[in-house]
Design a protein around this ligand. Structure first.
Ligand code: BTN
Length: 260
């Protein structure tokens, strides 16, 4: 089982992953992270589990993953930067996961707006950002990350959409090594986001972005329509061109290639 000791040993970060809650089974690492107070969970605390019984995804979806094969964890932040940058934490997370996968395997993942990691067109990782808004502003931010690592079989309804690192590389991946690399990359990206204009982080994300210039299907609330993906804005929204030529931004939703 993944433990606090295995995570912390050799980990080259100042904050991220230095405080650990490790579980065999939990409902959801994000839900647990929400329940922790600042005194018990300093900046950079990680909550990790071998299995989730109620793993949550974006847009009220669930996240299911075979026990002991994957990475299921949440990180807690107390951002001191501008509230407008908070939604960009998922971009920092996506870049950290993509770069860590690239460093520990032979694979070259891509980023799909808003926060999926794809390999050969199939999803290998997703993230869920949650905040606790107070009158005084946003205090705590939770970034939940799920990565399909050594799971080789998927339920029938997911086979065409989901993949894992083992399925794409043909090799068992050391989960601890991958996790440590993610934590190191994420600490670097978080500092980049705190200290510099968001363009620096977004430029790196753009280099790995998949859909720009492509015809996409946008799912926004309960509506779906086709458009062309143009760029990502500095607030994290997706800039699209509608079929009538008008440009606009999408703040929340999901996108997929219109023609595959
Ligand atoms: C998505 O792609 O919809 C986001 C998936 C996020 C899943 C992770 S697994 C660890 C953490 N705990 C949860 O309940 N969800 C996130």
């Amino acid at each position: 089982m993944i433990s606090k000791d295995t995570i912390v040993k050799g980990l080259q970060t100042k904050f991220f992953g230095q405080s650990v809650f490790a579980f065999n089974t939990i409902d959801s690492t994000n839900t647990f992270a929400k329940s922790l107070s600042k005194d018990h969970a300093p900046h950079g605390t990680i909550i990790i589990a071998e299995e989730q019984t109620a793993g949550r995804g974006r847009l009220q979806r669930n996240w299911s993953a075979e026990r002991e094969k994957n990475l299921l964890f949440s990180l807690i932040f107390y951002p001191e930067f501008d509230v407008q940058k908070i939604s960009l934490i998922t971009f920092a997370g996506a870049l950290a996961v993509a770069d860590a996968i690239e460093a520990t395997t032979s694979l070259s993942p891509s980023c799909k707006w808003p926060n999926d990691i794809l390999i050969n067109g199939k999803k290998v990782s997703g993230m869920l950002l949650e905040t606790n808004a107070r009158k005084s502003g946003i205090e705590k931010v939770i970034l939940g990350i799920g990565i399909n690592v050594n799971q080789s079989e998927f339920p029938e309804e997911l086979v065409s959409k989901a993949t894992s690192l083992i399925n794409e590389s043909g090799k068992v991946v050391d989960r601890i090594q991958l996790l440590q690399k993610i934590l190191e990359e994420l600490e670097y990206r978080y500092l980049q986001l705190s200290s510099f204009p968001p363009e620096q982080l977004l430029n790196d994300w753009r280099m790995k972005a998949l859909l720009f210039g492509k015809k996409i299907v946008v799912l926004e609330s309960e509506f779906s329509f086709t458009a062309t993906a143009i760029d990502v804005n500095e607030d994290g929204s997706l800039i699209i061109q509608m079929d009538d030529g008008q440009k606009r931004r999408v703040f929340a939703g999901d996108v997929s290639l219109a023609y595959t």
